[in-house]
Design a protein around this ligand. Sequence first.
Ligand SMILES: NC(=O)c1ccc[n+]([C@@H]2O[C@H](COP(=O)([O-])OP(=O)(O)OC[C@H]3O[C@@H](n4cnc5c(N)ncnc54)[C@H](OP(=O)(O)O)[C@@H]3O)[C@@H](O)[C@H]2O)c1
Length: 349
Amino acid sequence: MKSSAKNGSLLALSSSPSTGLEVRLAARPVGLPNLDHFDVVEVDVPAPAPGEVRVRNLFMSLDPGMLMLIAGGSSLPMPRYEVGEVMYGDALGEVVSSADPSLSEGDLVVHRFGWREYAVAEASAFRRVDKAAYPSPSMHLGFGPVAYIGLMDAAGLQPGDTVFVSSAAGATGSMAGQIARLKGARRVIGSAGSADKVAHLTGKLGFDAAFDYHDGPVLDRLREAAPEGIDVYFDNVGGEQLRAAIEVMNVHGRVAVCGALNRQSTARPDEGPGDLLNVLGKRLTIRGFTLWDHLDRAAEFGEQFRDWLREGSIVYDETVISGLESAPEALLDLVRGRHTGKTVVRLGS
Ligand SMILES: NC(=O)c1ccc[n+]([C@@H]2O[C@H](COP(=O)([O-])OP(=O)(O)OC[C@H]3O[C@@H](n4cnc5c(N)ncnc54)[C@H](OP(=O)(O)O)[C@@H]3O)[C@@H](O)[C@H]2O)c1
């Protein structure tokens, strides 16, 4: 990873309000990226033109899906990152200069201009959020809405369902398991990649059962955890866990395909769902979904989420990494299983 300053010391200049750091894709990797595939560059931050605002980013989100935008060539409904250009992603910032009446200095906004300390763009590209909504503003970047839409819309969760969630200690998984319980699931089972995470799931997050997917065949572990079968699988992973879930599913079971960590963490094609005779015989539904198709439901989730937080019936986990320069390594660490909950990068001081 290269870092370049326009003049003099990078640290001294990065505190100047007229310049800021951004992360660019330096080269497209074959397989997984390493730090050489990222450049951290200091750039001028222009004053906003009429109709624009300048935003100082406070937090940015990291998502394993970014690895697919780095690789390019995926079927995700969003543009890949281009070599030599700044990357993008969800971020939360504060308006520091406004040339548009719809936003004022001091407003807190969410937007898609992550991977940079400052963003300057048309005011309509930013959405103002309530400063008092959550204990930490970083929670505006949480993946609760993803989990909610996956369970309610893609999987059609019903009270009494038995629900299995993979990567259950992560950003979407930790929310999916808890939301399933709050929405009346009879039994919630999670998988994760270490004994500590498994203990966290059944301890702090209230899962009924959990297992480490490295501990022998997933099919055996899932059968033990769900002796009466599962009705819903919230799939963050694909691969062996998807095949095991289909095997253990009850008649009319539903799979919500949220992510592809098996592929994202190895950069190898996934072997897929296996013998589809099970899908036919048990009349299963396997449905992919993205948050972007359901953004209108995010507010509905937000209201319920704030109620659950007030009641103390939901736990919000996050891993906070400091500094934009640390973001590339943190993205790689995310799929190495080194974080729990939602991973965000705190920008600036
Ligand atoms: N559909 C949508 O709209 C949408 C929106 C956001 C995110 N997503 C996707 O949802 C998935 C989860 O995202 P997230 O941000 O919540 O990530 P996450 O679960 O917080 O973090 C990634 C996790 O990957 C796990 N991992 C790596 N290789 C694995 C494997 N082969 N099998 C199981 N787990 C593996 C690691 O945990 P372990 O220690 O457990 O291995 C790591 O903690 C990603 O695929 C992401 O792209 C989809």
